[in-house]
Structures are given as C-alpha cells and as structure tokens.
Design a protein around this ligand. Structure first.
Ligand code: C2E
Ligand code: CMP
Ligand code: CA
Ligand code: CA
Length: 401
C-alpha cells in the first residue's frame, strides 16, 4: 500500500507543465491552483478539488499546466493507489472513461490549434496503450451484447434446468439431485453458467432466471414424488445467487416459492457458496436463520475454494457441506489432500453436518471418500447433469450405470 504524502508549493511555483509525463493526481489540501494552457486560464481550483486525474487515468501527457496561486499544500495520489479500483471496474465503464479522456484530449488539441499528425514513430507506450484500449473496447462490446442476449433469452425462454444425481456412497444409491441451469443460445449453442451467471447477477437478470430454476426444479421434484419415481426422501438442491440471498424482496420471493411448492420443505436444499457467506458475514446469520425457519435445509457450496476458514463454520446453521471438486480431484495420490479432506469430513461431522464430495470422476475417488466417512458424492462417475427424462430413467434403473 502506497503511503499518502503531501507536497508544498509556494505561491507562483509550478506543479507541472502541459506535456509533462507523470501519472500522479493531487487533492488541494489548502491553497489555490491555476490550470492553464498557452491559450489562457482554464480554471482556478480551490481547496479539496482534484486535478491531474487525466494523466493518472490514461497515462497520457499532462493536458494543461498547473501552478500554485497561493502557498499550497497538495495530497498526492499515486496511480498505484487506484490501480486496483481501475482493474476491478466494470469494463464498459472503463472503456467509456478512456473514450471520454481521448475525446477531451482531442478537443484540447483542436482548441489549441494543433492539428492531428499521425506520428509514424509512435512510442512503445502509445502502442501498448492502443492495444489495451482496443482490448477494453472488445470486452465492453462483448459484455453489452451478452447483457442484451441474456435479457432476450429470458423472454425467449432459452434457459432450462438439468439435474445431476447426488449419490449416497454406501451403498451407491440415489439420494437427490442438484438443479443446474443451462442456456441454449440459438447461434452459439450451449453457454456455460460460469459465463452468464456473473453477468446476470450484476444486471439483476438473475432474479427471473433464479425464479425459473426454482419453479422448474420444485415442479419436477413434486412430479417425481407424486409418481413415486425415486425414493420418498428424494431431495432437490438449488443454487442461490448473492442477489437472491441479500436483496430483501428477492429473498422473500425465493422463500415464498419454496414454501408454496408441493415439495416438503425438508427435501429442499438451498446451496450458498462459501464466497457469498464470506462477503457479508454480519448479515448472513439472520438470512440463514430465516431459511431454516421454513424447514428447508442449507448447503455450504464450494467449501475450500474461498478462505477455507474453519472458524466460521460453527456459527451458521448449515446442514450439508459440499467439498469442492478441486480437493476431490487430487484426493488420490496426494497425501496432503487426503488429510485435508479427512479433516473437513471430521469437522463437518462434529458440527452435525453431512458431507457431499463434488466432482467425483473415478471409482478410486469414490472409494477413498467412502472410507473417509463422506456420506454423499456427486460427479461424472455417477452421472453428468441429466435432462428431466434422463433423470427419470436413471432413477428407474435403480442404480448407476
Ligand atoms: P456448482 O454449484 O459447484 O455446480 C457443480 C458444477 O460442477 C456443475 O457445473 C457440474 O456440471 C460440474 N460437475 C459435476 N460433476 C463434475 C465432475 O465430475 N467433473 C467436472 N469437471 N465437473 C463436474 P455447471 O453446471 O457448469 O455449473 C457451474 C456453476 O454455475 C455451478 O457450480 C453454480 O455455481 C453455477 N450455477 C449453475 N446453475 C445455477 C443456478 O441455477 N443458479 C445459480 N445461482 N448458479 C448456478
Ligand atoms: P492532467 O491532464 O493529468 O493534467 C492537467 C490537469 O488539468 C488535468 O489532468 C485536469 O485535472 C485539469 N484540467 C484539464 N482541463 C481542464 C478544464 N477544462 N477545466 C479544469 N481543469 C482541467
Ligand atoms: Ca452448487
Ligand atoms: Ca459446488
């Protein structure tokens, strides 16, 4: 972390000159600063104003000169301090910001009578900047398109739900399913939820999408139960997104859907990821408590991927802990992973939770997990996510394969 530091400028001294290369910005702590170009004074900035932000943001040359009009104290902002914020900003906004700066600079040039000369000896920095901006542009365009396409896909009902069996490990038998969303794009084919869930989340489109998943998964479970397909205790696990969890009215809508379906609430398992919990630990307790009051069960998804923190586990009323695939796929052949999973299973049991191992692909993995006392498993070893019809057939065959 860069430390904040101050710089003093006596009345009349220059802070920087137009054309200088430097990427710091300044906050006027006391005093006054004049911004000017050879054509005249652009502004006189009082205390608490910021200047020099243009070069800080786009690393171009200073667009104007800055001079202290009184004895002035400035707080220096280094690019490094805001680099993180820039990197994390929405790519569309980043692109528009760079566009805005570019346009402002070209207005400056036009007003000062400079004509645009295409410099054949363009510097490496200029070229690198152009590539970065082009990249940002592409990203922004793709992103805007994706947002539009997701919203169209909701209208055109291009989303559907598939069901991946969750198996008891001793003996192998079906215990329930996890509902997973799929998007069949008319031109691009199947789009992974990893590619569209985060965007749907940011735009709020996750709300209608999530409602559709709940509706389909609960309706399908109700139908299996009423037709006596699969065990009476068949459970359905449904993923909740941060928005469905933290937004009061969206959250209430989820609870309403769960409690008004024909599926006994204790056969519904709502999955929240470890990262959702850790992002907002103080609000989580109350929300999880409300879910528990409906009688639904709670699963902690992707355990081990985020902060791998055991310390918070006992604070929250989870019924199920899902060990992330990254541990499971390395459990055979890595003593360390084996020991970690053993510790996780032991701790979960001590806290009264059942354990589901995610992403079991091999017999050996299932066998190792079974020996470690892990009750449930999910993965391609048993079945990939299945259409409702294939899931029905899977249950009617009675056992996997
Ligand atoms: P997740 O909740 O951890 O779901 C498990 C993912 O692992 C699924 O990916 C599943 O297809 C995949 N998987 C299962 N077994 C294996 C295996 O043996 N090997 C490998 N390599 N992969 C396996 P999928 O369906 O692509 O979903 C990805 C993620 O998208 C999910 O991870 C979940 O975080 C999110 N997601 C999916 N559906 C929904 C939904 O309806 N709502 C929300 N909010 N998120 C969803
Ligand atoms: P930068 O280009 O880094 O250095 C000169 C600074 O002057 C610039 O950032 C802005 O902070 C400021 N500046 C440029 N144009 C104007 C303007 N039209 N009005 C006020 N301030 C300006
Ligand atoms: Ca999940
Ligand atoms: Ca998971």
């Amino acid at each position: 972390m860069t430390r904040l530091y101050r710089a003093s400028y006596p009345a009349g001294s220059s802070v920087f000159k137009q054309g200088d290369i430097d990427d710091r910005a300044y906050i006027i702590e006391s005093g006054k600063v004049e911004i000017s170009t050879p054509q005249g004074v652009l502004a006189v900035l009082p205390q608490s104003e910021i200047f020099g932000e243009m070069a800080l943001l786009d690393q171009g040359a200073r667009s104007a000169s800055a001079r202290a009009l009184e004895d002035t104290s400035l707080i220096v902002i280094e690019r490094q301090q805001i680099q993180n914020k820039i990197d994390r900003a929405d790519p569309v906004l980043r692109y528009m910001l760079s566009l805005l700066l570019d346009r402002l600079r070209s207005t400056h040039r036009a007003l000062s009578g400079q004509t645009f000369v295409n410099d054949p000896e363009e510097s490496a920095l200029e070229r690198a900047k152009k590539i970065a901006v082009d990249d940002l542009h592409q990203h922004a365009i793709r992103r805007l398109n994706l947002e539009r396409e997701i919203s169209l896909a909701v209208e055109r009902k291009e989303f559907f739900v598939v069901y991946q069996p969750i198996m008891r490990l001793t003996p192998f038998e079906i215990s329930g399913f996890e509902a997973l969303i799929r998007w069949k794009h008319p031109e691009r084919g199947m789009v992974s939820p990893m590619d569209f869930i985060p965007v749907a989340e940011e735009t709020g489109l996750i709300v209608p999408i999530g409602a559709m998943v709940l509706d389909a998964a609960l309706g399908q479970t109700e139908s299996w139960l009423s037709k006596k397909i699969g065990p009476n205790s068949l459970s359905m696990a449904i993923n909740l997104s941060a928005r469905q969890f933290f937004d009061q009215s969206d959250f209430e809508a989820v609870l309403k859907q769960v409690t008004s379906s024909g599926v006994p609430t204790n056969q519904v398992k709502l999955e929240v990821t470890e990262s959702i919990i850790m992002d907002n630990p103080e609000r989580v307790g109350g929300i999880l408590g409300e879910i528990k009051q409906t009688g639904s069960l709670l699963s902690l998804d992707d355990f081990g991927t985020g902060y791998s923190s055991f310390s918070y586990l006992h604070q929250y009323p989870f019924d199920v802990l899902k060990v992330d695939r990254s541990f499971v796929s390395r459990i055979v052949g890595s003593q360390r992973n084996h020991d970690i999973v053993r510790a996780i299973v032991g701790l979960a049991h001590d806290l009264g939770m059942e354990v589901v191992a995610e992403g079991i692909e091999k017999d050996e993995e299932a066998e190792t997990l079974r020996k470690l006392g892990c009750e449930y498993g999910q993965g391609y070893r048993f079945a990939k996510p299945l259409s409702a019809d294939d899931a029905t057939a899977f249950m009617q065959r009675g056992k996997p394969n």
